[in-house]
Design a protein around this ligand. Structure first.
Ligand code: 13P
Ligand code: SF4
Length: 310
């Protein structure tokens, strides 16, 4: 089917089935452009909690679909490609994490939403990169905290809050891969450009950044800034929204190590296509299902996070 026909079929099906398409900022431009709602991890969770649609098509990765299902179990939650995992979620298997928590039973357990439902079920509070600082600052200063799975985000939050959280040794394969050498070359080539970096990046990259923030925070910064050029150290999908909202500004992606390509893409996010979205609406598959016992435990830390983010 041609792209124009696919879009028209997607539109027909979403209206017929009262479905909503939610897309993360790391989706391909054509998916962001047809989505009913586009946002970062926190915004997608908030939107999934309040939607009145019968079907949620979550164009992102599986943990985002699971979060939507956990928050709104009466809805049918579909993902375009069931293989859209996440290297951060994979770095924290529930059985190993349960053992780790058992060894530190006097710690509060804060987990990034980039985890499986099973790991969320073991947690006291969830966090995203948008609200992690705010959430940690609301915990008593003497509280012992485990933060998992992203060690880079954990280190960054430790540095801005003065806490000494115990960190799980996980990382995102995209954000770990930014090349410092190529970033320095770009800074030379664009001496007036501001460097915007996601806190999942390594500390050496964050040290070169003019602004550090979640995907939404980077977009807001770029939009509100009077500067004209920006070097972007996060998944390259966000450049689409940055450029759309700021056509007069220039956004240059920071490339990864060992790549001839200029962009750093998440291989999981890029599994989704318009065709797969169409197929998921047509067949109502693949559907995200979460065991009810796990869901009841996992919903508590997510709801706590949403309350603490207001
Ligand atoms: P945010 O959406 O919180 O910026 O997280 C980035 C990310 O890696 C999502 O998978
Ligand atoms: Fe996971 Fe990193 Fe991809 Fe986000 S960008 S989905 S954290 S692998």
């Amino acid at each position: 089917m041609k792209q124009i026909e696919l879009i028209s079929e997607i539109n027909r099906l979403r209206h017929e089935k009262n479905a909503v398409i939610m897309a993360h900022y790391y989706q391909m431009p054509e998916i962001q452009d047809i989505a009913d709602f586009t946002g970062d991890s926190l915004a997608l969770a908030q939107e999934a909690q309040k939607t009145s649609a019968d079907i949620i098509v979550l164009a992102g990765v599986n943990f985002m679909g699971e979060t939507a299902k956990i928050l709104n179990p009466a809805k049918k939650v579909l993902v375009p490609d069931i293989n859209a995992g996440c290297s951060l979620a994979d770095s924290c298997p529930a059985e190993k994490f349960a053992e780790f928590i058992a060894q530190h039973s006097d710690y509060k357990v804060v987990t990034y939403v980039n985890t499986t439902a099973e790991v969320k079920a073991l947690s006291d509070i969830c966090a995203t990169s948008t609200n992690a600082k705010k959430i940690i600052e609301q915990l008593p200063e003497n509280e012992k905290i485990i933060f998992a799975p992203d060690k880079n985000l954990g280190n960054y939050i430790n540095s801005v809050t003065g806490r000494n959280m115990l960190l799980w040794n996980g990382a995102c394969h995209v954000h770990e891969q930014f090349s410092v050498e190529r970033l320095l070359d770009l800074k030379n080539a664009y001496p007036n450009a501001k460097v915007l970096a996601h806190p999942e990046c390594k500390n050496v990259v964050l040290m070169l950044a003019d602004f550090i923030g979640s995907t939404q925070a980077l977009l807001n910064y770029a939009t509100q800034s009077n500067e004209k050029q920006f070097l972007i150290a996060t998944e390259s999908g966000i450049l689409h929204q940055m450029q759309k909202l700021n056509p007069e500004k220039e956004f240059i992606p920071v490339p990864p190590i060992d790549s001839t390509c200029g962009c750093n893409d998440c291989k999981y996010m890029r599994l989704n296509t318009l065709e797969k979205i169409y197929n998921s609406l047509l067949t109502e598959q693949p559907e995200i299902l979460v065991n009810e016992e796990i869901r009841k435990k996992a919903v508590k830390p997510i709801e706590k996070m949403l309350k603490m983010s207001v």
